[in-house]
Ligand binder design. Sequence first.
Ligand code: SF4
Length: 442
Amino acid sequence: MTCLKPEGAAPGATGPGGLDFNPFDTMEPRAPDATPSPLRNGGRVKGNDVAPAGVYLPNNNILTPHMRSPDYVQMSTAAAITLGIMSGKMYRCACTRCLNLLLTYPEGCRANCAYCGLARHREADRDYADRNFIRVDWPAVPMERIVEIVANDGAATPFHRMCISMITHPRSEDDTFTVLKSWTDRIDPETVPVSILSNPTTMSRADVARLHGMGADIFTVALDAATPEIFDRTRGKGVQSPHNWRKYWEILLDAKDIFGPQKFGAHIIVGMGETEHDVLTLVQRLVDLGGHSHMFCFFPERGSLMDHLPATPRDQWRRVQLGRYLIDYCDARVERMRFDDCGRVTDFGLPQAELDAIVDSGIAFRTSGCPGKFRDDVSACDRPYGDSPPSDIASYPFQPAAADLRRIRHQLDMEKPGEAYEEGEELELEDEPAANGTAPRS
Ligand code: SF4
């Protein structure tokens, strides 16, 4: 048995060493460097102690003003453009439907996850609010100002959901409660429901219950790694980081009890060394518990401990993306799928006509996450270009057009007769994108 890509498959989509997936041995993070003690715990920021001055737009290695949650939060570039805090436009997207808010502190996140741009090891060379995260900058904005804008928009708000992303910090729980309260005091959670992207390491079951009692709608756990070994290597002892697989599952199961069916889930990053069978087995476990999986495709984040490693080959990603959608929304089961010796999907366990209809609908290939207001299987959280450049989209932040679907079928080795994909044809649908998918508004 060989794990090489089958002959005749999509050129340009091959992974390391001619493989069509990222194997465990390849995906080893580098070790973090030691940080000089004056630079630890946000030392440079605190030493400078500049007073906050409204919205802070990240810039390279400029000492960051002293801003911290709950008064300040950071938000994705897409959310800032949609909110009108920043000018710009996004490649093939009018706006994002999810207002992603990230707690923020001069000390930054105290964890050291190997794939993450916010990780602690970066404090030597980049201040916390200047760090790129899922490929983009995250401006820091006063919470009061955000609430004011969304409250004034009322039912006309473009946002279908707000999400508070906790980072690893001793104040993370208390400040999440405060940010949630300042939101629900002014904004009806029926109009814009709230999700919590949690940090289980510092949380208790009582914290989960309190967030539910305060009106949070969905609770998710960023498991990220699909197996305990990969978790430990990328988020635990392997990189001097405090996270623990067992604790993450403890809080995930608390969320299942407290938030109930369809109201909890886990984030998973595909392509960090797990097999397709590993990740789809995890997806099935989550569905059997009553939850959902939200998936990212691994991308080597600049400045992270995995920035030297290959992005997930598109063929591996598309197979997992399709398999996950079938399990989450189409009553398929992992036991009915077939896998080869390398754990790759060889058969999705559905009649070809049924599979064709699902592929053609395109929804399986859109960004996954908590639902918005369109339909349950279309995420509010579209995170444009968070897991790929727009020139080689992994998760589509919009409904794929016919040219996108031809490319997806090409990557899946499922091209229809007479409908071959021509390299780059979908890029002609709009002007050349910037590398992170944004451009100044003209
Ligand atoms: S806990 Fe979250 S924010 Fe902190 S380093 Fe890990 S992935 Fe990044």
